[in-house]
Design a protein around this ligand. Structure first.
Ligand SMILES: Nc1ncnc2c1ncn2[C@@H]1O[C@H](COP(=O)(O)OP(=O)(O)OP(=O)(O)O)[C@@H](O)[C@H]1O
Length: 335
């Protein structure tokens, strides 16, 4: 694999405040890297700095093919898709061709090269439609087709699925995955959704407060959070300090791995068991979320169980949140 785009010691700031400081990031040709972070972490700032658009970065370098690249070289290599697609007046076909037209390609050639991307993204049948009449999901597909039509060496996606309903999002994620699998484009996907990272990216970087806290193969990052902030990002939202578990060190667990048992049910040996009281029960369609206040105090623990899993429990019921040893992860305590 060859490194297609990267950065070294990249800093972006306002006045005396650094919004972003990324020491080292590389994305290979044909690879998708997810940048996962909470609101305000600096994800869009990183994407814009990589694309060399907007505010100039304060320090550091953006690399293309391993060498420092100026804004012109980066812009020639990169196509970006933003959270809310901006489509121009005119037909869907004209919008899909717009990136190529901007790069000086003639009208007929631009149409010839862009129409297959509309087909690949499942919106070929809308080619003649006024682009401003499209739904959010359709518009996002056209925006992705427009970006891919230019044959970008680097594709930057800034929360491209935000604002889409669950079914539309799942369909688009699957279609995009199939398209990207056939390209040697280096793709950076910014998202706050770990499921999107899992579906699309071989590697994931967790960005917290402008810094990369953890970085590695997506499956490993999602399964082995490096600290409590990373644990929250990857869905291990239950914090189990020693006072709750009797064990040394901070443990974390996913709600789907926590079960509210009756107080007199003996958990299998080795499982952690936290006695408490049901705080609330929230039906969530296919499942039920049961929040439990631990007896010894601290933040409530969330249990996600299949529908029917709350039988016999109500607000105020005594219970014991139980987690199998294999589902617990140890993280260092906050610095
Ligand atoms: N011009 C600016 N002046 C001051 N602060 C700014 C400016 N632009 C961005 N910021 C701050 O920089 C931080 C990072 O913003 P950014 O948009 O990159 O976050 P993000 O991770 O993409 O968030 P979201 O998920 O909400 O889109 C935020 O705290 C934001 O308020």
């Amino acid at each position: 694999m060859t490194v297609r785009i990267g950065c070294r010691d990249l800093r972006v700031g306002v006045r005396d405040r650094d919004l972003l400081h990324v020491e080292h990031l590389d994305v290979d040709a044909g690879e998708t890297l997810a940048v996962l972070g909470p609101n305000g972490a600096g994800k869009s700032t990183l994407l814009r700095a990589l694309a060399r658009i907007g505010r100039p970065h304060r320090a550091g370098q953006v690399l293309l093919d391993g060498r420092p690249a100026d804004a012109r070289a980066v812009r020639a290599a990169v196509a970006a898709v933003l959270q809310r697609p901006i489509l121009r007046r005119g037909t869907v076909a004209a919008n899909a061709a717009a990136g190529l037209r901007l790069r000086g390609v003639g009208r007929a050639e631009a149409a010839r090269r862009s129409v297959p991307w509309l087909d690949a993204l499942g919106v070929g049948h809308l080619a003649g439609r006024d682009a401003r009449t499209l739904s959010g999901g359709e518009a996002q597909r056209v925006a992705i087709a427009r970006a891919l039509a230019v044959g970008p060496r680097v594709l930057l996606l800034d929360e491209p699925f935000a604002g889409l309903d669950a079914t539309t999002r799942t369909d688009l994620v699957a279609d995009l995955r199939a398209v990207l699998d056939d390209l040697d484009t280096a793709t950076v996907l910014v998202t706050h959704d770990r499921h999107e990272a899992h579906a699309l990216a071989g590697r994931t970087a967790l960005l917290v407060a402008g810094r990369i806290r953890q970085h590695g193969p997506t499956a490993r990052v999602l399964d082995r959070p490096a600290d409590a902030d990373c644990a929250q990002l990857v869905g291990c939202t239950n914090l189990l300090p020693p006072a709750l578990t009797g064990r040394s060190g901070l443990l974390v667990a996913r709600p789907e791995h926590c079960r509210p048992l009756r107080l007199d049910d003996a958990p299998p040996p080795g499982d952690v068991r936290v006695p408490g009281t049901v705080r609330r029960i929230v039906p969530l369609g296919a499942g039920v979320r049961i929040d439990v206040d631990p007896e010894s105090g601290g933040r409530p623990l969330a249990c996600l169980v299949p529908a029917g899993g709350a039988v016999g429990l109500q607000r105020g019921s005594p219970t014991a949140v139980t987690v199998a040893n294999a589902d617990l992860r140890a993280v260092p305590p906050d610095a």
